[in-house]
Design a protein around this ligand. Structure first.
Ligand SMILES: Nc1ncnc2c1ncn2[C@@H]1O[C@H](COP(=O)(O)OP(=O)(O)OP(=O)(O)O)[C@@H](O)[C@H]1O
Length: 285
């Protein structure tokens, strides 16, 4: 089994709108983060990789299998765990029933084996106590964790998570980071997120995606340094169109040109990301 995702010249349009245009991408085991503004096309890419959506053209090899081929696609789906943005959980099922159902869809026919698998994934996301609680009674964060558990059923080699940390409290987010880091030791984990702190904390690789194009591919430190020498702390509210915000210390953090009293600040992943997007906007303008 080739533990890699290999995508060549992938294109997708919705009507006249071109969302992906000849995308080339390789993803290896480890945790890879996909960052990008709303509407960049992240979900479209993830849905293609999850074999939920067929691209218009291009080639994919995922764990050595070709999803364009029916038999290989079926085999591949056993190897993929996918958390969509809206996981479509059944409100009247309990957590355990939902996961058991997913295990059945993944063709786990042995009832005892399934029960064990359900227990395992519930433990992974700290939902054992909610095992027999109906989904409609779970909090938003608990539902999100159940969605993550669903993606882990059957121990897939390729895990695709679309904004997995939405709604998680800080403790559960930490727990989730630990879980993902562990999974990334042997599996291909691809997560789309708007949380640059998650990317900084757990991704060894980050891809920034904008308007269907990869505009950065490297490690989080490299992304942070996209704003190297361009992050400032200043006492006065900046004028002009630089990106800035007020910090808890009551100063302004500016990403862009140096304000007249600006003191240089070490860039974060968020700074680098914002700078990169601002530069991409400038190029288009
Ligand atoms: N089924 C569809 N039909 C028509 N247009 C679509 C469809 N799905 C997505 N789009 C459009 O394609 C573009 C990319 O959407 P996509 O959901 O892939 O972006 P995204 O990067 O995941 O965004 P977000 O961060 O907001 O989730 C958007 O302009 C969106 O409106």
């Amino acid at each position: 089994m080739t533990m890699a995702v290999d995508v060549r010249a992938l294109s997708k349009r919705y009507g006249q709108k071109r969302v992906m245009d000849g995308l080339d991408l390789e993803v290896r085991p480890g945790v890879t983060g996909l960052l990008g503004p709303n509407g960049a096309g992240k979900t479209t890419l993830l849905r293609c990789l999850a074999t939920v959506l067929a691209p218009d053209s291009g080639e994919m090899r995922i764990i050595g299998l070709n999803p364009a081929d029916g038999a290989q696609r079926t085999e591949l789906r056993r190897q993929i765990g996918y958390l969509p943005q809206d996981p479509g959980l059944y409100a009247h099922f309990t957590s355990a029933q939902m996961l058991d159902y997913i295990a059945i869809l993944k063709e786990m026919t042995n009832r005892r084996q399934r029960a064990e698998e359900v227990r395992r994934v519930l433990t992974e996301v700290d939902l054992t106590a909610q095992s027999n609680v109906k989904i409609r009674k779970l909090s938003g964060g608990m539902r999100q964790r159940l969605g993550i558990a669903a993606a882990l059923v059957g121990d897939p080699g390729f895990i695709i998570l679309d904004e997995p940390t939405v709604g998680l409290d800080p403790e559960q987010r930490m727990r989730f980071r630990t879980l993902l880091s562990r999974l990334g030791e042997t599996k291909i984990v691809l997560l789309s997120t708007h949380q640059t702190e998650d990317v900084a904390a757990l991704c060894e690789r980050v891809i920034v995606y904008r308007a269907g194009q990869v505009i950065f591919d490297g490690d989080p430190t490299g992304l942070a340094w996209q704003a190297g020498g361009k992050v400032w702390s200043t006492a006065e509210r900046p004028v002009g169109d630089e990106v800035y915000w007020r910090t808890t210390e009551g100063r302004y953090r500016v990403v862009g040109a140096r304000p007249h009293d600006g003191e240089a600040v070490e860039p974060t992943v968020e700074d680098g990301y914002l700078r990169l997007l601002a530069e991409a906007e400038e190029e288009v303008a």
